[in-house]
Design a protein around this ligand. Structure first.
Ligand code: SF4
Length: 358
């Protein structure tokens, strides 16, 4: 999918291969992710596109190795991720309740287009941030203008899992829309939490190697300070009541199952977020992962315990491979469990259901 996406973008851009770059982050953790960049490089060479640059910054170094472009590029990407997370969240809160089908998607499309336009415009950093904040404010107003039902009493379904799969609607077979059709409202984990997690992992490495007073540590602190300042400036004025847990909280929630000093990767965040969402009133947790994903498999192994320790909230991993699973059918049954869990939690006669992953 990554290769096909890149080839499509390259073709559309009309760029010479030597002027194009494939940007894909990499990591040295235990899963297949570290294989992507070398494999894609080989695939491009075989296609006669060996001149394409592969830009693959490493999560272990907090993506520092983008050389001289690191600071401005990281800042731009950070803003883009925050904007995308915010607008996606607005879409998921609005679409299930819209009175006229398509209004929320339209608001999302227009707002995303406007935010992308601002990000593409080079300018002084401060002004770029202010312009993006203004664009997001207009995006919030677009969503507010969507006519919605007065009642918001749908099943609340948290969606966690592998980053790319859970966020790419084609990859996940449009799982959010399917849940909405079945009567749910989704809270989908965004991508910003991964950036904070990478920062935390870098600090763990610095502590382990005794380099907490090094230049690298100073740079890591400065990066985190800039990121949190930009986040506050960008989203602080939007007042939408959305509350994201800190990564420090997430890794602590996950600690009894997957202590983060020894277990690296999205599985820690998925488990931590599942617990956070349960405490915030979610009626069930869906974990979306690609077939054979190591993160999904490890999370699946601990979810029965997570469920038992957290009120019996239904949790299930859905492996999306477009071939062997009937996602809609599985979700339909799963949302029945969510409804039963909610009735039990509200004392309406149902009994809390144990983990659907079991
Ligand atoms: S799909 Fe899973 S195993 Fe594959 S790279 Fe992503 S996280 Fe790793």
């Amino acid at each position: 999918m990554v290769l096909a996406d890149f080839l499509t973008a390259l073709k559309r851009s009309g760029l010479e291969p030597a002027r194009a770059a494939l940007f894909i982050t990499t990591g040295r953790g235990p899963c297949r992710f570290g294989q992507y960049a070398p494999f894609l490089g080989r695939a491009l060479r075989r296609l006669g596109l060996g001149d394409v640059h592969i830009l693959a910054p490493d999560s272990d170094s907090g993506y520092r190795d983008v050389a001289e472009y690191a600071a401005p590029l990281k800042r731009l990407v950070w803003r883009a991720l925050l904007a995308a997370d915010y607008l996606r969240d607005q879409l998921h809160r609005t679409r299930p309740y819209e009175l006229r089908a398509g209004d929320a998607d339209r608001a999302h499309r227009e707002s995303l287009g406007e935010a992308a336009g601002v990000l593409e415009t080079r300018g002084p950093n401060g002004k770029g941030l202010a312009n993006l904040a203004a664009a997001l404010g207009r995006g919030r107003d677009r969503f507010r203008a969507v006519a919605t039902l007065p009642s918001r009493d749908r099943l609340k379904i948290g969606v966690v899992g592998e980053i790319f799969c859970r966020l790419n609607t084609f990859s996940n077979d449009d799982v959010v829309r399917k849940i909405e059709k079945l009567g749910g409202e989704v809270q989908l984990s965004g991508i910003g939490e991964w950036v904070w997690y990478s920062n935390a992992c870098e600090w763990m490495t610095l502590r382990r190697t005794g380099k907490t007073l090094s230049r690298r540590a100073a740079a890591a602190s400065l990066t985190a300070w800039v990121q949190s300042r930009e986040e506050a400036k960008l989203l602080g004025a939007l007042h939408d009541g959305h509350e994201e847990p800190s990564v420090a909280d997430l890794v602590e929630f996950a600690r009894p199952y997957l202590p983060w000093e020894g277990v690296l990767g999205e599985m820690v965040l998925s488990v931590g977020k599942a617990i956070h969402l349960q405490r915030k009133g979610a009626d069930a947790i869906v974990d979306v992962s690609p077939f054979g994903c190591m993160n999904g498999i490890v999370s699946e192994a601990v979810y029965p315990r997570v469920s038992r320790d957290n009120g019996g909230i239904p949790i299930r991993v859905f492996y999306v491979d477009h071939a062997t699973s009937d996602l809609e059918y599985g979700l339909e049954i799963f949302l029945e469990l969510a409804a039963k869990y909610r009735r039990g939690r509200r004392g309406e006669g149902g009994q809390a259901t144990c983990c659907a992953a079991a």
